[in-house]
Design a binder for this molecule. Structure first.
Ligand SMILES: [Zn+2]
Length: 493
């Protein structure tokens, strides 16, 4: 509020000065100033206004109307009331409110509710709230509400933790420093482990890194050779010719794995099955033999199998149970990626079914995988020294392009081995004609009857004999499989 000087007096705008209402100075010019005269000084009144103090010349004042401050008036009114005069106190509270005396109003209202705790008017005026029939202050009401909510939450088995209501066991676990992961409470160490990490010294590193380092070291310690190791999600590939080829083979094996899962409708996320297979490539027959003596024996428990691997001239083996492992000696110009596709085909089929699959199927499927990913098939697991029994056929066997011709020729000549016979043959009995037919039959079934093929394999997996499983999936007798396949060969090759 601005005060402006006029004719020797200071003019006060009095509106709004109500809270300091006290003396009224009537000026000779007809105006009024409200304030409290705090002293008289020479020819002036010193008047206290809301916004400060001012001096007013006595000569300009016609009369002073002395009034008490509202606070002073309040004290007088209060003193005049009987201490238990509730209607009187209520009236005083209303007067305080009109005068803007908030503190005094609350004091009076407080006095009323102490005398009469259930006095609705006073309680409402105080802003109190009725909770369960009792009047309480807003802050008490809030705390009562919170207490009631807390009791309810606790009855539900919840506990308060860091600003939130959570299950009591969760709180206990959190206070123990555990972490919730995939619905399980884990220690920080277990969490790291579940993330595929392992501790080396005080550092957490991917488990694959540890496996890789240990494998390289083991190879060096036991076989006195440096080797590269690639650890992918499902495969460990060790190779004497460097990291790049090891990585490439592991990648190729993963592609086979992915394809197999898709073919059989297996969902990795459900942990329907998991596979970790080891694949080693060495570069000499001697290293192969050392390998079998030192490492393979750890994976292959069957002594006769070990003897078989170590037989003279052997330079390659694979084993699906108990642990999938393979080793082969690399040769000049060998398609190693094709080799791993073939071997992955064995691992995957045997690992998935966990039964001794018929050998024609095992080889046919492996060749199918080779051809699928490499458009070639060069790997022979059959141990027969010459394929097909004649030089002509053996020569053709080196070239996948000749496979179709050979199959077609045998079908047209009605010379192909009937499935009824072939299904009984063991690995050593399978010659090149059998291998090419096996590959062709598997290709035919996967290409033309994928779902039934899968159903057939699942039947074998459940322990059905292969012909019974075939009938259940295709409604075919074994001879009908031959007929359907031959028809397909004639129109496709
Ligand atoms: Zn094979």
């Amino acid at each position: 509020m601005r005060l402006r000087s006029g004719t020797g007096i200071i003019l006060a705008l009095v509106a709004g000065a109500a809270s300091l209402r006290a003396d009224i100075l009537h000026l000779k010019d007809g105006r009024k100033i409200e304030g409290k005269i705090v002293e008289e000084e020479g020819g002036n009144y010193v008047v206290k206004l809301k916004g400060g103090t001012m001096k007013i010349a006595k000569k300009d004042v016609s009369r002073v109307e002395a009034r008490k401050l509202p606070e002073e008036e309040f004290q007088g009114k209060l003193a005049a009331l009987k201490t238990d005069d509730i209607p009187g106190l209520m009236g005083l509270a209303t007067w305080c409110k009109e005068q803007g005396l908030k503190k005094e109003e609350r004091e009076v209202l407080g006095r009323i509710v102490r005398l009469e705790p259930k006095n609705e008017e006073a309680n409402l005026a105080l802003g109190n709230i009725k909770v369960n029939g009792e009047w309480v202050s807003p802050s008490e009401a809030k705390s009562l509400k919170e207490k009631a909510e807390a009791a309810e939450k606790e009855a539900q088995g919840l506990a308060f933790y860091k600003g939130k209501w959570i299950p009591r066991e969760d709180k206990e676990n959190l206070e123990k420093g555990l972490v919730l992961h995939d619905g399980k409470w884990l220690t920080p160490e277990q969490l790291k482990e579940s993330q595929g990490l392992v501790k080396i010294g005080d550092k957490w590193v991917p488990k694959s890194e540890k496996v890789r380092a240990e494998t390289v070291q083991e190879f060096k310690d036991k076989l006195k050779r440096d080797a590269a190791c690639s650890v992918s999600e499902h495969f460990k590939v060790v190779h004497v010719n460097g990291q790049e080829i090891a990585d490439k083979l592991a990648q190729q094996a993963e592609e086979c794995y992915k394809y197999f899962n898709e073919l059989f409708g297996l969902r990795e996320t459900k942990k329907h099955w998991t596979l970790t297979a080891d694949y080693y490539v060495v570069d000499s027959d001697n290293l192969f033999k050392d390998f079998v003596d030192t490492i393979a024996t750890r994976y292959v428990k069957d002594k006769s199998a070990i003897d078989w691997i170590k037989r003279p001239g052997s330079d390659d083996f694979h084993n699906s149970k108990p642990a999938p492992i393979a080793c082969h000696v690399l040769k000049a110009n060998q398609d190693e990626e094709g080799h791993i596709c073939h071997i992955a085909g064995h691992f995957l089929l045997n690992w998935h079914t966990s039964v001794n699959n018929p050998d024609w199927l095992v080889e046919g499927f492996a060749s199918f995988m080779e051809v699928k990913f490499r458009e070639a098939s060069r790997v022979r697991c059959s141990t027969r020294a010459t394929y097909g029994g004649s030089a002509k056929v053996a020569e053709k066997a080196k070239d996948f392009a000749a496979w179709k011709d050979l199959v077609k020729e045998s079908v047209l000549d009605k010379q192909d081995t009937p499935m009824l016979q072939m299904k009984e043959y063991d690995l050593n009995r399978l010659d090149f004609e059998h291998l090419s037919k096996s590959w062709s039959v598997v290709t035919f079934l996967i290409t033309e009857h994928k779902d039934k093929f899968v159903k057939w394999i699942e039947g074998i997996k459940k322990g059905e004999p292969q012909d019974r499983a075939l009938f259940l999936a295709f409604n075919w007798k074994v001879e009908e499989l031959d007929d359907a396949w031959r028809k397909w060969v004639k129109s496709n090759y």
